[in-house]
Design a protein around this ligand. Structure first.
Ligand code: SF4
Length: 371
């Protein structure tokens, strides 16, 4: 857990549960598995949760762990903040028992001063859990009383208070799902929309192709803490991939999502480019790999390459015939240098205008961040 975070759209991370398993393409280079298999491999919260496989990739083993010592951390944070819940796992992983989820909800119910950002790749279980949460309010309340350890005379008061707070949707719990490609969007967004939540958000990170959200972006109205809408999407976060095996992100994919959010009056947050920074578009509308090969031949491969709008990436190493449009030079400059400017500015949209916690941070614009 950390009472600060480098993740641009949150203030702090909280890890009551760690461990996970790969779900889809977006998990391929999971940062949490990488940490659990390397730098944190001997930490009690991570021992045995991930390993480096024969191909040299970090993979979760499927074991999940409840970190009881960290459970009450948000209760001790007095200043209101946005808290990313289970940033190194998935609260709704199939191996997480309901009882652990009850305990996490007990803490969230006891902390109305904070906003809890729950991001899952398992929106089906999230939906099912939340739909029946009001039937579980007694279980959640029992955990809350244990956490508070009140004198017997006050225990009943706390129990009732929490049972009241666990009415849906919880105003301080934002529920999101990850959408890295269209297949993930088609599968997960309908389930997210069926979940009772004060705020529903999409994290399109790592964004791996053009994604169309139009059919789900019915205007949901202005988000209001006292009267949150219970339908629609309220926030879209977009980010590229970083790390050793990062895949590049095409700027038109990001612009498309930005445009869709603008049209539907949905908050849009551009988190970062990731390892690759788009440098300039090709001027020819059509650009085939033979031309790319000629133009790229003087460049220091594999640090630069050409990314087409359809996702084909020509890095000068694997040469296959390809004709595509929207070719962009991309350079591997690393996440810090790539920055988070899109068309010359940052995009820090948040539901409610980031009224809780500290404002989204802007990284210093990089000299090479031409977009
Ligand atoms: S769901 Fe998240 S934490 Fe789990 S493997 Fe995928 S990327 Fe990693």
């Amino acid at each position: 857990m950390a009472d600060h975070s480098d993740i641009e759209w949150t203030d702090a991370t909280w890890h009551p549960i760690t461990g996970c398993t790969l779900v889809s393409e977006g998990c391929r280079h999971c940062y949490a598995a990488q940490l659990a298999a390397t730098r944190l491999q001997h930490h009690p919260s991570r021992v045995g949760l991930a390993r480096i496989n024969a191909a040299g990739e970090a993979k979760f083993t499927g074991e999940v762990r409840f970190n009881a010592d960290w459970l009450d951390q948000p209760l001790r944070w007095k200043r209101p903040r946005k808290i990313f819940v289970c940033a190194h796992g998935d609260l709704f992983h199939e191996s997480v028992p309901d009882d652990w989820i009850h305990q996490v909800f007990a803490v969230m119910a006891l902390c109305p001063q904070h906003v809890f950002q729950v991001l899952t790749k398992r929106p089906e279980r999230a939906r099912d859990y939340l739909r029946f949460l009001s039937n579980r309010d007694d279980l959640v309340a029992a955990h809350a009383v244990k956490l508070r350890q009140p004198p017997i005379a006050e225990a009943e008061h706390i129990r009732i208070q929490v049972m009241r707070a666990v009415r849906l949707p919880l105003p301080n719990v934002w529920l999101g799902t990850s959408v890295e490609d269209q297949a993930a969007a088609d599968l997960r967004i309908p389930m997210l929309l069926q979940a009772p939540a004060a705020v529903r958000f999409i994290s399109a990170e790592p964004l791996l192709e053009r994604v169309d959200l139009f059919r789900w972006l019915a205007p949901s109205g202005q988000w209001n803490r006292d009267n949150p809408p219970d339908t629609g999407l309220h926030w879209v976060i977009v980010g590229g991939e970083s790390g050793r095996n990062a895949r590049p992100m095409h700027p038109d994919w990001v612009r498309t999502l930005r445009g869709q959010c603008l049209a539907a009056d949905i908050a849009f947050f551009f988190k970062q480019w990731g390892a690759y920074l788009p440098r300039c578009p090709q001027y020819a509308d059509e650009f085939d790999a033979d031309e790319a090969h000629m133009i790229c031949s003087g460049l220091p491969f594999p640090e630069e390459g050409v990314l087409y709008r359809d996702g084909y990436f020509y890095d000068g190493v694997v040469h296959q015939p390809h004709v595509g449009v929207g070719a962009y030079w991309v350079a591997r400059v690393g996440k810090a240098k790539a920055g988070r400017l899109l068309d010359g500015r940052d995009h820090n949209g948040m539901p409610g205008g980031a009224t809780v916690g500290t404002p989204a941070r802007s990284r210093a614009p990089s000299a090479r961040a031409a977009l």
